[in-house]
Design a protein around this ligand. Structure first.
Ligand code: GLU
Length: 497
């Protein structure tokens, strides 16, 4: 069978990581099924009040950034287009008319007030909200009168009241839902636009989708969809359903903006690499971290490897946890795989602008020094800022070195004397380190134990970089140059007085 899958986002907000997760699984499943598998991107913009072009563009750009290339879609076209539902109104109108003609749907003229009263009464009776079937029994004459009077109307699905809807789900097996719990869904709104349910089923059928792989929040809608397949006479072509577990916050609640950033734009802006985010989403499939994915620097390569051992049935239903800590760690791992020269390109592509005070000749080396210490690209700028600007130190900053002021002062004075002896031509990282170590070791400290080098070095760190932990100090001093390094040590010494 030619496998055809799709992801069908609604462009009503920022591109969500869950959309990428669903898209990735659909892309992998189509690819893993053999050379003729196809993955489709369809834009479900039937909600005219909430859909925006900016959101659609951001969704396309984000999925593209993650390397989740689609074979058919609104931008690349394909044999079953258009792939944007707002351009398919005639198709839905025709199908809606067919349902009405065949008695599978009915016109509903209920006003918003009546529906609200109905809801209030249901709530009071502790019933789940549902349409009470009021317009099901309208006479032909009443319908015509309403139409003539221009009463706004929607089209609703007729739903059996008795029995059970049974269907198979790839991950969950047999699912049974009683028909009496299924609402008489609106299929066409009074604005002439279809609802999700009608458009989604019609499109899945016309686009020859073989596998509907989507979030578990759609399980309760599946009976309505199956009913539509039946009413249209398409039961023989019903797709296979696979409902994916929802992504969760570390506390197991449903992934939400309040607890975890959910927009792909956020991750891009913070300097997460697309291959790291894709790799992370891959670990959510079956809870395993395929270490070999670290070797893939291009998302296309990564996806290929993921497809090579992809198995839809291995998706664990436990509720994959979107653990930001783990994603951040993984991002750091991917960053470190790059060569420093690639890092320069990555930083630039991400939008990092070097302060002009950091000379071009030093940049690759600085990138190399910083790569091991950052986990996201947005940590780079603050970490290397001290190369461009002298740290604005206060006495409190110097206390960060945890040395008593007298010892800190003595350590600084000692460094100044020792380093001044290094000839300009020998101002190199190794020499700086050796000279400082020897000076601290040889010094007669006025207290019993002397001062260990690793304690003294903290005050040098603070003096030169502004922080007790930063990039390797002697390299930083070499890059800054002798004059600037000594000036910073001197300034720190003055601050102590
Ligand atoms: N437009 C729906 C969504 O935004 C698609 C659901 C489905 O895949 O059927 O999630």
């Amino acid at each position: 069978m030619k496998v055809r899958t799709r992801v069908a986002p609604s462009p009503t907000g920022d591109p969500h990581v869950a959309t990428a997760y669903v898209a990735m699984i659909n892309a992998c499943f189509a690819r893993a099924s053999g050379g003729d598998g196809r993955f489709i991107l369809r834009i479900e913009d039937t909600d005219r009040t909430r859909s925006t072009q900016a959101s659609e563009e951001a969704i396309l750009a984000s999925l593209d950034w993650l390397g989740l290339a689609w074979d058919e879609g609104p931008d690349v076209g394909g044999p079953h287009g258009p792939y944007r539902q707002s351009e398919r109104s005639a198709v839905y109108a025709e199908h809606a008319a067919r349902l009405l003609r065949d008695g599978h749907a009915f016109a509903c003229f209920c006003s918003a007030e009546r529906l609200e009263e109905m809801r209030v009464a249901q709530r009071a009776a502790h019933e789940p909200p549902h349409y009470d079937g009021h317009c099901l029994t309208l006479t032909h004459q009443a319908i015509q009168e309403n139409e003539r009077a221009g009463v706004p109307c929607v089209l609703r699905l007729k739903v059996p009241r008795d029995g059970v809807c049974v269907f198979e789900d790839v991950l969950r097996g047999r699912i049974e839902i009683e028909w009496k719990t299924v609402d008489m869904q609106v299929l066409m709104k009074s604005d002439g636009f279809p609802t999700y349910h009608l458009a989604n089923v019609v499109d899945d059928h016309l686009m020859e989708v073989t596998h509907v792989i989507r979030g578990e929040e759609w399980i309760s809608s599946t009976p309505k969809h199956l009913l539509l397949y039946d009413y249209f006479g398409w039961s023989g072509d019903t797709p296979t359903f696979c409902h994916l577990p929802l992504l969760r916050n570390p506390d197991k609640s449903k992934l939400s903006k309040r607890k975890n950033p959910t927009s792909i734009l956020y991750y891009r802006a913070r300097g997460f690499l697309p291959e790291a985010l894709l790799h992370f989403l891959g670990t959510l499939v079956d809870g395993r971290n395929d270490e070999a994915l670290l070797e893939c620097s291009a998302t296309s390569e990564l996806l290929e490897r993921m497809c090579s051992h992809f198995d839809l049935t291995r998706i664990s239903l436990g509720g994959p946890v979107f653990d930001l800590e783990k994603l951040t760690w993984l991002n750091g791992q991917h960053l470190r795989r790059h060569h420093a020269s690639e890092m320069l390109a990555i930083l630039e592509a991400w939008g990092y602008a070097w302060p002009p005070a950091i000379a071009a000749e030093h940049r690759e080396r600085i990138a190399r020094l910083a790569m091991d210490r950052i986990r996201t690209l947005d940590e780079f700028g603050p970490l290397v800022a001290f190369f461009a600007e002298r740290p604005d130190l206060s006495k409190a900053d110097l206390e960060l070195s945890k040395l008593p002021p007298a010892a800190a002062g003595e350590a600084l004075a000692l460094a100044l004397r020792a380093l001044a002896e290094i000839a300009d031509a020998l101002w190199r990282e190794a020499e700086i380190g050796n000279v400082l170590k020897a000076a601290v070791a040889a010094h007669e400290w006025p207290f019993a134990q002397g001062l260990r080098f690793r304690d003294a070095v903290r005050v040098y760190y603070v003096a030169v970089t502004g922080s007790p932990t930063s990039l390797p100090l002697f390299d930083a001093m070499e890059i800054l140059g002798k004059g600037e390094s000594l000036r910073r040590l001197e300034t720190a010494l003055e601050k102590l007085h």
